[in-house]
Design a protein around this ligand. Sequence first.
Ligand code: COD
Ligand code: ATP
Length: 197
Amino acid sequence: MLKIGITGGIGSGKSVVCRLFATLGAPVYDSDTRAKWVMAKDEQLRDELRAAFGPETFDTLGQLNRTYLARVAFADPVQLARLNALVHPAVGRDFAQWLTARQTEGHPYILKEAALLYESGAYRQLDQIITVFAPIAVRQARILTRDPHRTPDDIQNIIGKQMSEEEKMQRADHIIHNDDAHLLIPQVLKLHEQFIR
Ligand SMILES: CC(C)(COP(=O)(O)OP(=O)(O)OC[C@H]1O[C@@H](n2cnc3c(N)ncnc32)[C@H](O)[C@@H]1O)[C@@H](O)C(=O)NCCC(=O)NCCS
Ligand SMILES: Nc1ncnc2c1ncn2[C@@H]1O[C@H](COP(=O)(O)OP(=O)(O)OP(=O)(O)O)[C@@H](O)[C@H]1O
């Protein structure tokens, strides 16, 4: 079973591309969603987050205070590194379990979607990497529509915390262009055919 990573900066279109692969039958591990899930369920991680970032990390109902954590972590590289050091290993363990469950299901390949595949080192456990690329102006416009609570400055700040698109494209085995000039479906079909061969 091939293990394919799929990465790209905020708003590049990873989730949209993954939905296309999923319609072709490929199991997709969505690191962002799973990170949210482990932060909701893993008591040891929750204790560590509370110890690192204070009682405001969770609200009175025990839900992660994402606005607070985003403000703290995206404002300071040291705090972001602390958050990553707590969350990424927990996501890595969760992925390992998910992968074990897929091994016996007969899939030719699976996908792991993550914005920080290279930054977190997760790429080392994968066979091939796809980078989804869209120009910055297109990403900004799409994110402002998808996440109305973010300002252009917020988006620029998050982009500054991620590896450059140039480096991701250089390192990737495959690039999917998700701008207004390229159709997505033919690019996904072509890769799917390669992976099942
Ligand atoms: C800081 C948090 C609470 C902000 O939550 P919020 O709901 O505002 O944003 P959301 O999770 O939807 O992330 C929005 C986008 O920001 C980018 N992003 C998220 N975490 C990070 C990070 N640690 N470093 C750089 N970019 C990041 C991604 O492109 C992501 O899609 C949250 O992103 C978080 O817990 N991040 C740490 C876990 C992580 O690294 N997740 C990303 C993939 S594993
Ligand atoms: N080809 C496209 N045409 C129009 N809209 C698109 C296209 N690709 C993505 N979008 C939209 O752009 C937004 C960002 O896409 P998506 O959520 O897939 O990005 P992402 O790379 O997963 O982002 P993040 O890292 O923030 O999770 C979404 O609202 C999505 O519907």
